[in-house]
Design a protein around this ligand. Structure first.
Ligand code: GDP
Ligand code: MG
Length: 436
């Protein structure tokens, strides 16, 4: 009976490690969430598999359940998957930046071209919109109306039916009129067809755009993935624009698109209004796909508290002169979790610029960490017992020199001396001249 009780308690407080059994339900749930968000079946399966491998054996910290922790792990993986490439729009630094938009009809190319024009205009660029959709009668006038709303010139040759000529001419026009950014809005069909692909590829070949962006309707699920694949094979593009994210789309198609064509999302379009454009934020997208922002922040908070508690424990040990190398190791790990030493120092106002070129050596932390890890528990508690041959072994085992080991032990002994002195002052460090 007690064993059962213990098990139940474990489930509630979430102590212990992540195991197959305590996460299987959560994994199933998350897989369903991903499928609901339009993530391709196989992509979801592979993704969950990867996350499972990563999480098994992870320690579960106070006050969160394994299920919550796994959600956080999945979230982190998603952010990484979505964001390991920069989402900055590439510009041609000395000359004309040309951006070509491709995608199916109705995906939101024309709307996006105007949004992008507005966005770039606000960044002090001189923009030209190009009406290269010659098939839909209303296409040119649609772009002209949008252009006039934002005060951006629209290039069009109303008597020409050749999008390649229009595009090439537009570049000349831009150069002659001192414009530095050209956005080419091309035609699309309702479905992928060869003729459209050949035409887009031709424009691309002649214009040699700085960036080609594939515009895709996030509501179209599996279709979005298929068209991405076709455009990638026949035309290729540098980035993706996800439109209609103001609806209830969870945007999961972007995961499938990444898995299949590995191109970053550059922008997210959130409505018909011309300022409803956002740069792409991987964390927002990950929350949206999971729909579990609350759990993520909960786990983050719990982790922060956990660190705080650990810090308190360490401080107490420090005060009681019980701080040993094992505690030292814990502290190093905490520092590492917070980022590199240099970036931490860089956040302190007034220091950032001064250390830009200074040599703040994170490698030293790694050396110390590896040395301590090669020691036994007793040695960590009492480094005095380390004789010459043990020091040599530790150096070899951790891939460092014996000088490194000696230096660490010496530094630690000095630190202990300091601790003793500080603690004589009943834990308070009184600076001279500052007594009240
Ligand atoms: P194109 O055929 O690719 O040029 O697509 P359009 O730009 O003409 O857009 C097709 C339709 O989708 C239009 O009715 C737009 O108003 C609408 N649309 C475009 N982008 C968005 C968006 O981000 N959100 C919403 N709700 N509608 C959009
Ligand atoms: Mg259009």
């Amino acid at each position: 009976l007690t064993e059962k009780l213990e098990k139940a308690l474990k489930k509630i407080t979430g102590q212990g490690k992540i195991t197959e059994s305590n996460i299987s339900e959560t994994l199933r749930e998350i897989r369903r969430v991903l499928l609901d968000a339009d993530v391709n079946y196989k992509v979801a399966k592979d993704f969950i598999e990867k996350v499972k491998e990563k999480s098994l054996g992870q320690e579960v910290i106070n006050s969160v359940t394994p299920g919550q922790l796994i959600t956080k792990i999945i979230y982190d993986e998603l952010v990484e998957l979505l964001g390991n490439q920069s989402s900055e729009l590439e510009v041609n630094p000395n000359g004309l930046t040309t951006i070509m938009l491709i995608g199916l009809q109705g995906s939101g190319k024309t709307t996006f071209s105007a949004k992008l024009a507005k966005y770039l205009k606000n960044k002090k660029q001189n923009v030209l919109l190009v009406a290269a959709d010659v098939y839909r009668p209303a296409a040119r006038s649609q772009l002209k109306i949008l252009g006039s709303q934002i005060n951006v010139p629209v290039f069009s040759i109303d008597e020409s039916n050749d999008p390649v000529t229009i595009s090439v001419e537009s570049l000349k026009y831009a150069k002659e009129n001192g414009l530095n950014t050209v956005i080419i809005d091309t035609a699309g069909r309702l479905h992928v067809d060869d003729e459209m692909m050949i035409e887009a590829a031709k424009i691309k070949e002649r214009v040699k755009p700085t960036q080609t962006l594939f515009v895709v309707d996030s509501m179209t699920g599996q279709d979005a993935v298929n068209s991405a694949k076709a455009f990638h094979e026949k035309v290729d593009f540098d980035g993706v624009v996800l439109t209609k994210m103001d609806g209830d789309s969870r945007g999961g198609c972007i995961l499938s698109i990444r898995a299949i064509v590995d191109r970053p999302v550059k922008f997210v379009s959130l409505g018909e209004k011309l300022d409803s454009l956002e740069l792409f934020y991987p964390d927002r997208m990950a929350s949206r796909i999971l729909g579990k922002g609350d759990i993520v922040s909960l786990v983050e908070k719990a982790q922060a508290q956990f660190d705080e508690k650990e810090a308190e424990d360490l401080e107490k040990k420090f005060r009681e002169n019980k701080f040993d190398l094992d505690d030292f190791l814990k502290q190093i790990k905490m520092i590492k979790k917070m980022g590199s030493l240099k970036s931490l120092l860089g956040m302190i106002p007034g220091i950032g610029s001064q250390i830009k070129n200074a040599d703040v050596d994170d490698k030293q932390l790694i050396v110390v960490e590896s040395i301590i890890q090669s020691m036994t528990k007793q040695e960590r508690a009492n480094p005095k017992i380390l004789n010459g041959s043990r020091r040599k072994r530790i150096a070899r085992g951790s891939g460092n020199t014996i000088q490194d080991v000696n230096r660490l032990i010496k530094q630690f002994e000095q630190m202990q001396q300091m601790m003793k002195m500080l603690n004589k002052n009943s834990g308070k460090f009184n600076l001279p001249n500052m007594k009240n």
